[in-house]
Write a protein that binds this ligand. Structure first.
Ligand code: ADP
Ligand code: ZN
Ligand code: ZN
Length: 742
């Protein structure tokens, strides 16, 4: 098969995962593959001194290189492509839209193990199920065997069935207890493999009686299944969005189709997963970065083969192939973690919409605080707007209040009025949630004698005090040093912590409320595997009085007994040079507020501020998020900022601080030459944090009111950049539709 009719050899054009824009030509392999050679199959090719796994793009008869210069494909890995023709088109689109090398785009679509060339085999996992006796038994009868009791309860709350992976993620030492429960005939090994116990059964527990707003939303999407359309579902936290998702999903399952549910963060998966398992009897696949490569490959293949009907995953699950695609849901669509911030910098939301269009299925975006982009798309009639204006059930919306702390006495970041409120709430046996988006003890260490400040030597940043660990740590490059006792400059002055971090507030709370339980939730306190789950469980069991944390708290968790929420330092978000900051702050405030009073009890939200007249805060509080968003959109329009214009940001960094501006200037010059249409070229300027991890960072911004003009320019410009001699002396990257201008 190595020869075609004319006696001329076939040329395999492949994409290689490397930061290179071009495709590579190879000669046909000596061993023919088992299947037809279709675009998308994986191939092993010699590359440089080693070999790489590449993806077939096309087979042709001509190469611009002489055949004698070409190497041969070493091996064909797949009988047939693992991605559908439409998904392959999606990858080509993404590569050209984001101006990112096609090989790296392909790579992003596959789980790591398949990228490495492992065979695309699905491994059926061992599962355990409750016996009838196990379903019926009261777990309190196992009080004397607490481990077994907690395993039993896990099964009972998890629809009676768990795989080995799920058990390991929950608790690494599950085996002895599971064995004991099997001996007691409360559990058994599930022989049904990966198929659901009852193949005909889709839904386990019944849906809630949906309210009229929910009904309207469900009906709108339901009527459009089988065709492309984007829906933006706006609903305050607790308004019943998840219930809407689940009822729509049910209809998709009844049609024998699959659903891809994308979430911003893994911390959200356990709670949602639990609710989905309660509701649906079909197998649910999970994919996020905390799973092993094998587990992720299994989730990917089970959707590709149609063994699973629902996939819950984070950003990286976006490209998972679907045998019978029916619906894509993106929950918390405004969330910044949907934007990939390194390598192939794509927007999960925007690519999901294009994917929905190619697959001809609906895309449902949900949020309590929709992004300005999506609201603008509603205004432009590109997305349909669905609204859940009230909280579901009997829950009432929390009351937002600004607490003016100017000239007020403060105890380590807490005003006396707030402390009094905390006291009253605790006295009613209700929970308090305090939000401070700063980890560590204090963000700055300063000398009282001479004014010396602990700075990171590699970054333009102060070192953060981590008191418990006895460390000073840079939050930008991770560099650590022991917490010093004496000023290195004047040798005599007393070193003082300046500012507040969660660790410091935790200590104040312990002193103020010695007989109360405080739990701190931030990246430091939840490092250990299972720690977050443990804390969340303690909170939901009412064993915690005060919850203190960073933005981790703003996301998705239900704390039904929390009736007081306080944002300790709202002002720090008010002053930023990035035009996205106002939107992000408003979203954060509303999301944090959403944690309060979700059940029957009304909640209150207090924001400590020294800027009580700030228009962002007053609009948000008096008129709500929608009006804030309207105002913010009007401002963006006035200033011709996105979504009323389109941006691309070229970043460059190097150890030698002279190189990035030289490189970017050269590009700016080229761009001005090539530029057709109306394009602003701004910079180069130093990045807001110019030095980071020892590298000097600069950026060049392109902006245009016409997307086509901008992309047309980039199409001509990008191939030239690689050729610039300065390009070898810097690390550079292009960010299309940047959301962070740092
Ligand atoms: P969201 O996803 O918008 O935060 P959820 O779907 O989680 O909202 O619903 C919030 C709470 O209200 C949940 O406890 C849910 O069971 C309940 N709920 C949702 N819809 C209804 C309904 N129609 N009737 C009664 N309770 C509901
Ligand atoms: Zn000093
Ligand atoms: Zn640093």
């Amino acid at each position: 098969m190595a020869k075609s009719h004319g006696g001329k050899e076939l040329i395999f054009r492949v994409a290689i995962p490397a930061p290179l824009y071009r495709l590579f030509d190879y000669l046909a392999p000596l061993e023919p593959g088992p299947g037809p050679l279709l675009p998308g199959i994986r191939l092993e090719v010699p590359f440089g001194k080693g070999s790489k796994i590449a993806f077939l793009i096309a087979i042709t008869h001509h190469s611009e290189f002489d055949n004698s210069k070409l190497k041969r494909i070493a091996r064909i890995l797949d009988d047939e492509p693992l991605l559908s023709v439409k998904d392959l088109r999606l990858l080509h689109w993404a590569s050209s839209y984001y101006h990112h090398p096609i090989g790296e785009v392909f790579s992003a679509a596959f789980p790591v193990s398949l990228r490495q060339g492992k065979p695309a085999e699905l491994h059926v996992e061992k599962c355990y199920v409750l016996t009838e006796e196990g379903q019926a038994i009261d777990s309190n009868r196992l009080n004397r065997a607490p481990k077994q009791k907690s395993v039993l309860e896990k099964f009972q709350s998890h629809a009676g069935r768990l795989s080995e992976t799920e058990l390991s993620l929950w608790n690494e030492n599950w085996r002895p207890a599971v064995k004991a429960l099997i001996d007691k005939q409360l559990l058994r090994i599930d022989q049904s493999g990966d198929a659901p116990a009852d193949a005909g059964l889709l839904v386990r527990d019944s849906a809630l009686q949906s309210n009229p707003h929910q009904q309207a939303a469900i009906a709108a999407v339901r009527e459009s299944l089988d065709q492309f359309g984007v829906f933006l579902l706006e609903g305050v936290t607790g308004s019943g969005k998840t219930e809407v998702y689940m009822q729509i999903i049910r209809h998709v399952l009844e049609r024998g189709q699959q659903v891809l549910v994308l979430l911003p963060e893994i911390t959200l998966t356990p709670q949602l997963e639990e609710r989905f398992r309660q509701r649906f009897a079909v197998t649910i696949a999970i994919s996020h970065s905390k799973l092993t490569d094998g587990q992720r490959q299994n989730a990917w293949l089970s959707m590709q083969q149609g063994v699973c009907s629902i996939l819950l995953g984070t950003r990286s699950a976006l490209f998972t192939p679907l045998k019978k695609p029916g619906l894509i849901i993106l929950d918390e669509e405004h969330d910044a973690s949907f934007k990939q911030q390194e390598g192939f910098r794509f927007s999960t939301r925007d690519v999901a919409v294009v994917r929905g269009k190619l697959l001809n299925i609906p895309v449902l975006l949900g949020s309590a605080t929709p992004s300005l982009e999506s609201l603008h798309n509603v205004d432009q009639r590109r997305y349909r707007f669905l609204h859940l204006p009230e909280r579901a059930g009997n829950a009432t919306a929390p009351v937002l209040q600004l607490l003016d702390i100017r000239n007020k006495r403060m105890q380590e970041g807490l005003s006396e009025a707030l402390i009094e409120d905390i006291r009253k709430t605790l006295a009613r046996n209700e929970q308090v949630l305090l939000f401070l988006n700063r980890r560590g003890y204090a963000p700055t260490l300063i000398c009282h004698g001479c004014g010396w400040v602990g700075r990171c030597r590699r970054c333009d940043a102060n070192l953060v005090i981590h008191y418990d660990e006895g460390l000073l740590r840079c939050h930008h490059c991770g560099k650590e040093q022991p917490l010093i006792q004496r000023c290195p400059a004047c040798k005599t002055g007393e070193l003082t912590p300046l500012g507040m971090g969660t660790e410091r507030v935790e200590k104040v709370l312990a002193a103020l409320f010695p007989d109360r339980t405080v739990v701190r939730l931030d990246r430091d306190s939840t490092q250990r595997k299972g720690a977050l789950e443990k804390y969340l469980q303690q909170i939901s069991q009412g064993r915690v009085d005060i919850i203190l944390g960073t933005q981790m708290l703003a996301k998705g968790h239900h704390f039904p007994n929390v009736t007081l929420v306080a944002i300790l330092d709202v002002d720090s978000g008010l002053f930023s040079i990035d035009f996205h900051a106002a939107e992000k702050l408003a979203q954060m405030i509303v999301q944090v507020s959403g944690r309060a009073g979700r059940a029957e009890k009304p909640g209150k939200v207090i924001m400590q501020t020294r800027k009580p007249e700030h228009p962002l805060l007053t609009t948000l509080i008096r008129q709500g998020y929608s009006d804030f968003a309207r105002t913010a959109l009007a401002e963006r329009k006035e200033a011709s900022l996105p979504p009323f214009s389109y941006q691309a940001l070229l970043r460059a960094q190097a150890l030698d601080g002279k190189m990035p501006p030289l490189f970017l200037e050269a590009i700016g010059k080229l761009a001005r030459q090539y530029s057709r249409g109306h394009i602003q070229i701004l910079g180069p300027v130093p990045a807001p944090m110019t030095k980071r991890a020892g590298l000097y960072r600069y950026q060049l911004l392109f902006q245009s009111s016409k997307r086509q003009d901008l992309h047309g320019l980039l199409d001509t410009l990008m191939p030239e950049i690689e050729k610039l001699k300065q390009a070898k002396k810097v690390r550079w990257s292009l960010d299309i539709d940047p959301v962070d201008l740092y």
